[in-house]
Write a protein that binds this ligand. Structure first.
Ligand code: FE
Ligand code: FE
Ligand code: MG
Length: 171
């Protein structure tokens, strides 16, 4: 544990930060797996573009899990040690893909990103001016989650527009 590093944290309990970060850590692993498996099972029109995006997001979520785990350790905490704990600590849960259609998969993923944005903006608000290092880390992750939502929404809109055009042309 970084003593001097942690002595600069003011006005907030370190244990509270660790609890929030462990919840986010659970979210990241579940998001990672969700993207991983979605990229495998997805079906339908323009699926190659979606696979590229989902695979890139899986990589990003795993990188986020790394960033969050390292910060928990710096704070003197322990990242969740058992995958079973991901389900009891998660904020955003896990959206099991039930329909493998591109549009449905993208909609599930957009929901997940919107939840992640809420989680990180909440941690940013709580740590602002109190724990600068955690604030910086969660701000960086938050920017990625905002980009994720935008990428998925843009792809979703392109695909649904494309489908609407095809339907119009065959009428
Ligand atoms: Fe993430
Ligand atoms: Fe994300
Ligand atoms: Mg992307």
């Amino acid at each position: 544990m970084a003593r001097r590093g942690n002595s600069i944290i003011k006005g907030i309990e370190i244990n509270e930060i660790i609890t929030l970060l462990n919840k986010a850590y659970a979210d990241e692993w579940l998001a990672y797996y969700q993207y991983f498996i979605e990229a495998k099972v997805i079906k339908g029109i323009m699926k190659d573009a979606a696979i590229a995006e989902l695979t890139q997001h899986a990589t990003d979520e795993l990188r986020h899990a790394n960033m969050v785990a390292d910060r928990i350790l710096q704070l003197g905490g322990t990242p969740l040690l058992n995958p079973k704990d991901w389900f009891t600590h998660t904020n955003c849960g896990y959206e099991e893909p039930k329909e493998f259609d591109v549009v449905q998969i993208l909609e599930d993923s957009i929901k997940g990103e919107q939840c992640a944005i809420s989680v990180y903006s909440n941690i940013a608000e709580i740590t602002k001016d109190k724990d600068i290092v955690t604030y910086d880390i969660v701000s960086e992750i938050l920017a990625d989650e905002v980009e994720h939502e935008e990428d998925l929404q843009a792809l979703h809109d392109d695909i649904t527009e494309f489908i609407a055009d095809i339907k119009k042309n065959i009428q």
